[in-house]
Design a protein around this ligand. Structure first.
Ligand code: FAD
Ligand code: NAI
Length: 471
């Protein structure tokens, strides 16, 4: 072990939370060390999450479109073949480029990067088992826990990443399964179901609740999404619970039952994806050594300045409260460094967008109708369908709508919900509007270029306080 050297900031975890905090810390003049065990930077998001899944979503959509949606556009294609190996290679190339990019940014900003597994030795010291063998210690005036999350396992179904997979196995299957069953109709479930269905699998999604989309999606939008995805060939079994499952031979059997209690049924498939949520990851960190506390769901307990019970040990990202999203982790990373360096920081948790990258995309920010109803808040709804938007019509991509919720008295925007082409890009405008406290009339009186999908956004705003022109 080498002599412990005192750093200004030591970060355990080099995911989006950790690496962004490291770069921001260095930019603010702090001496920073970041410890990551994976061997590459970028965490779940860059290595096995956001980036590889979006590569597969983009290219499987293209393949599916070439197969099924070219004739009406006047394009005649010949023999279309899937080269799954190359599809995976394209994904791996994107991942490698981005993770190496973060390593480059570390060098550029003078962040020390230790490849190894960190654990608390004491309140100021992290012991690191180096990936290359050996051990070292690093001491920090400030420490940030940014160890992220892992897939929640399904009791009794062991994940082997071949037949019973988490998202990590689902982004790396070696052949297109004939049949795939997805447990959990949340974001991971629906994105991965889309990928493999487009590539030729028969996909069944089993969801415990009566609606798909996971937490946060507006109920009306979730219903519309289910209808569209069903038309694309996905089979949904909602209000259905998986009782047990087992791998027998080359099939995986799941015993399912109506959530209300009904007839039991068995589904057999080649691959089962377990996508029932993610849980915070703190294994082996030695939190008990220093007295950092976890809540009943395993999340590190922090205050508004991201401090644990030990004030110089802070925590951000998936391993603590809030939505498990990369951009949320990134916002927290900047804010936590500002708290350390300046004593103040800011994240608006009411204004964090969500995007599901299916086709069409689903995106939202702010509150849903069911949230507002539950809270007893009065609201007005305005919506506009893409079938009445000139660009969507020109592009022959008319499914979906923009829906806005606003305060009936002040007209202040409360939530924006979009299902449609490019919803993930369009939600940025809704997020900005919400962050600035815009009214629906503010949006409607902002000139939007023609012909663009964003005009549907403007017209939904018009519909919220008055009437849209094109409906
Ligand atoms: P992580 O990214 O999990 O990083 C934590 C890192 O800490 C890991 O690399 C881990 O190896 C390391 N670590 C843990 N313990 C130790 C230790 N003791 N010592 C050293 N290192 C340690 N979010 C979006 O916003 N958009 C998306 O499109 C999106 N798609 C996703 C798709 C999938 C399939 C999945 C699984 C997730 C997706 N997410 C997406 C969520 C996103 O990946 C997470 O919100 C994000 O990665 C959280 O960042 P984090 O840094 O908190 O944690
Ligand atoms: P999720 O919380 O989004 O959805 C899980 C779904 O599984 C819920 O609908 C839930 O009702 C259902 N479920 C739970 N237990 C079940 C059971 N026993 N049987 C049947 N259904 C059950 O979780 P998911 O999809 O695993 O994703 C985890 C997190 O990863 C997301 O919450 C999100 O934060 C992040 N993510 C974000 C993406 C994005 O931003 N595009 C993409 C993928 C993941």
């Amino acid at each position: 072990a080498t002599e412990a050297e005192q750093k200004d900031l030591v970060i355990v975890g080099g995911g989006v939370a950790g690496y962004v905090a490291a770069i921001k810390g260095a930019q603010e003049g702090l001496k920073v060390t970041c410890i990551e065990k994976r061997g590459t930077l970028g965490g779940t998001c860059l290595n096995v999450g956001c980036i590889p899944s979006k590569s597969l979503l983009n290219n499987s959509h293209l393949y599916h479109q070439i197969l099924h949606d070219t004739k009406q556009r006047g394009i005649e294609v010949g023999d279309v073949k899937l080269n799954l190996g190359q599809l995976m290679k394209a994904k791996d190339t994107s991942v490698a480029g981005l993770t190496k990019g973060v390593e480059f940014l570390f060098k550029k900003n003078g962040v020390e990067y230790l490849k190894g597994t960190g654990a608390f030795q004491d309140e100021h010291t992290i012991k690191v088992q180096l990936n290359d063998g050996g051990e070292t210690t690093v001491a920090g005036k400030n420490i940030i826990i940014a160890t992220g999350s892992e897939a929640t396992p399904f009791p009794g179904l062991e994940i082997d990443e071949k037949r019973v997979v988490s998202s990590t196995g689902a982004i790396a299957l070696e052949k297109v399964p004939e049949t795939l069953t997805v447990i959990g109709g949340g974001i991971i479930g629906l994105e991965m179901a889309s990928v493999w269905s487009r590539l030729g699998s028969k996909v069944t999604v089993v969801e415990y609740l009566d609606a798909i989309g996971g937490p946060g999606m507006d109920a009306e939008i979730a219903k519309a999404t289910q209808k569209i995805l069903k038309k694309q060939g996905l089979i949904f079994k909602t209000q259905t619970k998986v009782i047990s499952g087992d791998v027998s031979g080359d099939k995986v059997k799941l015993n399912i039952d109506s959530a209300k209690g009904g007839k039991e049924e068995t589904i057999e498939s080649d691959v089962v994806l377990v996508a029932i949520g993610r849980r915070p990851f703190t294994g082996g960190l030695g939190l008990e050594e220093v007295g950092v506390e976890l809540d009943e769901r395993g999340r590190v307990i922090i205050d508004q300045e991201y401090r644990t019970k030990i004030p110089h040990i802070r925590c951000i990202g998936d391993v603590t409260f809030g939505p498990m999203l990369a951009h949320k982790a990134e916002e927290e990373a900047v804010a936590v460094v500002e708290y350390i360096k300046k004593g103040y920081g800011h994240v608006n948790y009411g204004c964090i967008p969500s995007v599901m990258y299916t086709f069409p995309e689903v995106a939202w920010v702010g509150q849903s109708e069911q949230d507002l109803k539950k809270a007893g808040v009065k609201y007005r709804v305005g919506s506009f369908p893409f079938s009445a938007n000139s660009r969507a019509k020109t592009n022959l991509d008319t499914e979906g709508m923009v829906k806005m919720l606003a305060d009936p008295e002040t007209d202040r925007l409360l939530g924006v919900h979009i299902i449609g082409p490019n919803a993930g890009e369009m939600i940025a405008e809704g997020t900005l509007a919400l962050e600035y406290g815009a009214s629906s009339e503010d949006i409607a009186r902002t000139c939007h270029a023609h012909p663009t999908l964003a005009e549907a956004f403007k017209e939904a705003a018009m519909a919220t306080y008055s009437k849209p022109i094109h409906m």
